[in-house]
Write a protein that binds this ligand. Structure first.
Ligand SMILES: [Zn+2]
Length: 364
């Protein structure tokens, strides 16, 4: 634990004080990756190419086909390699989402994985099956839902109710594509065709006729434990709603850029007091899983933004959202497992956030 922070001349006489030099390095709190799917670490072929699929449903179709073709493969070593890379990047905590009941990789030295099993299903039958899975694992396991366009209202509410009872985070994909917005508003578009083609459209889904956040609000799902991931296509009232409900927002700029789905309305979010955290998403939608690169892309997408705010998104904002206040800051009471980054230049913040090259990270 960090006992005190201050200039050398104040701290050098401290009890048991021992001097360790970090010359040429910036001391920083470790990073938090608030959205990832380690389970998809074997799907790098999805992003190892120049052109992404035409739209989200096409990407999901490809992903499902790839996963089906790899169903016999053990991807544990690939997931462990991704996690080891996160550790090398200085990530202390990773919020990992998967369809299985166990994480593809669970911890690596200083890097901890908080794992959530994601449930989904729009049809009556899929809803009942998912509810059964949750009932069969009523041992404090973390469950969450995929997205408002893929999960029935009954399932969204049942999983949230349980998560709220256990005071658990409720992360879900929200407003990731215009196809999602169209489907929720009208019940039509590429997502409707996708569901019909897969034979999972049974007509029981009551089309909300509004945006994704307005829909979540109507279902009573927005509070400080709900973490809305992506949040690209929200209107002004929905952004305001997120702030009023103190809901969390997680941005995945690298994944959004690869899929070509748009950019988060970051200035509008910050204007209403939202404090987004960052996630890499998976190798299926992001060719490189690095929070340093995520910061870099955000700085590139939003050149007016103060780099200190972007660094806070990768550290303190994430720690607040996952309620781990010992992380994300260098202050008395904070975790002593922090990082040092090799540095040269004139502005440390510019170097950390805007410089695109790979960072040399040391755990302290
Ligand atoms: Zn995701």
């Amino acid at each position: 634990m960090i006992v005190a922070v201050g200039p050398y001349r104040h701290l050098r006489h401290g009890k048991h004080a021992r001097l360790v030099e970090h010359e040429g390095r910036i001391l920083l709190p470790a990073l938090l990756n608030c959205h990832c799917h380690l389970e998809l670490s074997g799907c790098a072929a999805m992003t190892d190419r120049e052109v992404a699929p035409a739209h989200m449903p096409a990407w999901i179709t490809e992903l499902l086909a790839l996963r089906a073709s790899r169903s016999g493969e053990d991807d544990t070593s690939l997931a462990c390699a991704v996690l080891a890379r996160q550790h090398a990047d200085g990530v202390a905590l990773l919020v990992d989402i998967g369809n299985g009941l166990r994480p593809a990789a669970s911890c690596h030295d200083m890097t901890r994985v908080d794992y959530y099993t994601e449930l989904l299903g729009l049809s009556r039958q899929a809803t009942l099956l998912a509810l059964q899975v949750m009932q069969d694992h009523d041992d404090g396991h973390n469950f969450t839902c995929h997205a408002p366009y893929s999960t029935s209202a009954a399932l969204l509410q049942a999983v949230k109710e349980r998560a709220a009872l256990l005071r658990r985070l409720y992360p879900l994909h929200v407003g990731e594509s215009l196809d999602e917005v169209e489907f929720l508003a009208t019940g039509h578009g590429p997502f409707r065709s996708f569901l019909e083609e897969r034979g999972v459209w049974d007509g029981s889904f009551a089309v909300p006729g509004c945006g994704p956040v307005a829909y979540l609000e109507r279902l009573g799902l927005l509070d400080e434990l709900t973490l809305c991931v992506h949040c690209l296509h929200l209107d002004e009232a929905e952004i305001d709603l997120l702030a009023r409900r103190r809901a969390g927002v997680c941005l995945c700029a690298g994944s959004n850029r690869f899929l070509g789905v748009g950019r988060a309305p970051l200035a509008e979010m910050l204007a209403v007091g939202l404090k987004p955290c960052l996630g890499t998403d998976s190798l299926a939608s992001n060719p490189r899983l690095s929070l340093w690169r995520e910061m870099n892309i955000l700085a590139d997408d939003h050149p007016q933004l103060d780099p200190a705010l972007i660094l806070a998104m990768a550290t303190w904002n994430g720690a607040e959202i996952v309620a781990r206040s010992e992380l994300g800051r260098l202050a008395p009471g904070g975790s002593a497992h922090f990082i040092a980054v090799a540095y040269e230049g004139s502005s440390p913040l510019e170097f950390l956030v805007r410089e695109p090259h790979v960072k040399d990270v040391y755990w302290v």
